[in-house]
Design a protein around this ligand. Sequence first.
Ligand code: UGA
Length: 433
Amino acid sequence: MKISVVGCGYLGAVHASSLAKLGHDVVGIDIDEAKVALLSAGQPPFYEPGLPELLTETLAAGSLRFSTDMADAREATVHFIAVGTPQQEGSNAADLSFVEAAFEAIVPQLSPGDVVVGKSTVPVGTAERLAAGIEASSARLAWNPEFLREGYAVKDTISPDRLVYGVRPGDEHSVAMLDEVYASVLEQDIPRVITDFATSELVKVAANAFLATKISFINAMAEVAEVTGADVTQLADAIGYDKRIGRRFLNAGLGFGGGCLPKDIRGFMARASELGAGDALSFLGEVDAINLRRRERMVDLCREVLGGTIEGARIAVLGLAFKPDSDDVRDSPALDVAARLAELGAHVRATDPQAIETSRRLRPGLDYVETPAEAAQDADVILVLTEWREYREIDPHTLDSVVSVRAILDGRNCLDPVQWREAGWTYRALGRP
Ligand code: UGA
């Protein structure tokens, strides 16, 4: 099929190249010339394992190209809209200006029978509002939310847990077109849910709200563990064996960040309030608050280990990305804690395998170094704030002679306390004795 993908950020770039890999003829369109130039050269403007290889392969095969010209969408029959919906400045609500601009730009390119497919995460009711403009061109609208995780984006696109199509009741044409787009995905017996616009929009935010709630639940247990001497990691293992609960997304620590979970729960609350259902989601305010409290707790723990004073202390920060295998520092708990400590007068030296450049753009004042050993030089305490594999595997003895004080704070419960304590280190973590 000939397919256009409008918006070549994280979601769009992965989606376009994955569809090309699945055998389609794809054009990715973005207004950002620099981004299009990089992608056309096979270089994603962000870190995502496997994506450079996929881009190179599909560009070389001629099944993928990128463009800044919306008219290049004209030949396609299916048009995915994959632009961002960030949190609005000064409000919890989502900023829909990119979605609206993309819909306005695609309409003049449509031919009768084309299907425009929204992938962006939007407030419920958006598809219904945008459908009229599409239908006036005798084209159809469908909503097909995306569930990919950064770090696993290609795999999640090619082998998702499920596909969701939100369509007008009885719109078999759009369903057939989407089935053709995803033919090789559906061959893997991936479940597909066909529903209305509103449900498809809600599925996405409900899933992220559930995941955020699960993380905040275990972090609330960590708060209780901290005042009782219990161990939240063992607690998570024990409740996680119950198949109804499940162990995944029960890792206590610094909490969730990134470009999705925080802004999606806030946008969901804002939209529910507009619709008069604010009470139904008031618990998400608590989920957000528990999550943000973990960052404060990390700063307090650091102060405690430093003997009461952060000012003037030398602090090594290992990890800045919001999670491993990503260079994304949007709303990153790790970068936030590093910046707070610097604001409190500490000499913070921070490192990350991939996120130094992205961190520098957001927090130019921090001192960034390339390796854990450089960060730990003469440090009074080391903080592990993102659980990259290379940090999980550090041998305490390699840092023994580098640091000033042997103290490590595990913000992600990713280190072995026994190993560090046996090596003579003070080991402290969130929710663990
Ligand atoms: C999330 C969802 O998991 C995806 O399904 C969704 O498609 C995506 O948002 C989106 O809306 O686009 P992502 O933001 O890539 O994906 O990251 P997650 O793997 O969900 O992690 C989110 C945050 O939660 C990270 O900061 C991570 O460190 C934290 N986390 C995760 C925990 O603190 N504990 C856990 O047990 C799991």
